[in-house]
Design a protein around this ligand. Structure first.
Ligand code: PGA
Length: 244
């Protein structure tokens, strides 16, 4: 929940001016810009899907339409020109009481509509300190995603975001990120097989910045990042993209 319309438009334009520049266009990763709802359609028009740059929403409701004042549905997001939607961000879980069960419904709604869910999981500091972080992450994946048939599950992107690292300046070490990503891939291999697990994109999020991104992304099971604070500065975000 950052930036007004003009500010957000300026930020997106700044990022696109850099990333669409043939001299900086050397990155191999897809880039998904996930602004607040009021910028989705504008951002989609600015990106046009060119240069591997797409737009995503930060949330959606599980029903297609109806009396849910203040909410936005997956078909609405899709009609804006967005292709992705973040589901289960820790702030949605924490401040809006979104449960694994509710998030399972949201993931299904997004997939049914043709959006790619970027599904967020991750543990609180207390959970890690109690040595229960693997168990918790397994439960989040199990209760929200393991109901999906393989052909649907394959379309999902997972973002591992330890809650203690989000917006705190405390990043997971590359070894901590790798350890958890490897674990996530292992539980997915058990359920859907090695091929699906190997193809799955698992992003790391939580104080990822221009200084630490390259090392995090160099870990074998870290496929990219979910960038919060550092995405609000053009130069930092572009540097992160170029290091992917
Ligand atoms: P951060 O945020 O990069 O500022 O820690 C990550 C997020 O919002 O998911």
């Amino acid at each position: 929940m950052n930036m007004t319309l003009g500010e957000g438009k300026g930020l997106i334009k700044g990022i696109l001016d850099e990333l669409k520049n043939p001299e900086t266009y050397t990155y191999k990763t897809d880039v998904v810009i996930c602004p607040p709802f009021y910028l989705l359609n504008l951002a989609a028009g600015m990106t046009d899907g060119a240069h591997g740059i797409y737009v995503g929403a930060q949330n959606c409701h599980y029903e297609d339409k109806g009396a849910f004042t203040g909410e936005i549905s997956a078909p609405m997001v899709l009609s804006s020109g967005a292709k992705y939607v973040i589901i289960g961000h820790s702030e949605r879980r924490q401040y809006f009481a979104e449960s694994n069960e509710l998030l399972a419904k949201k993931a299904k709604a997004a997939l049914k509509t043709g959006l790619t869910p970027i599904f967020c999981i991750g543990e609180l500091l207390e959970t890690r300190n109690a040595g229960k972080h693997f168990e918790l992450v397994e439960q989040q994946v199990n209760e929200s995603l393991f109901d999906l048939p393989e052909e649907e599950f394959r379309k999902i992107v997972i973002a591992y975001e330890p809650v203690w690292a989000i917006g705190t300046g405390v990043t997971a070490t590359p070894a901590q990120a790798q350890e958890m990503h490897e674990f996530i891939r292992k539980i997915i291999a058990k359920k859907y097989g090695e091929v699906v697990a190997g193809d799955l994109k698992i992003l790391y999020g939580g104080s990822c910045n221009a200084q630490n991104a390259a090392e995090l992304f160099s870990q074998p099971d870290v496929d990219g990042g979910l960038i919060g604070g550092a995405s609000l500065k053009v130069a930092d975000f572009v540097k992160i993209v170029l290091s992917a």
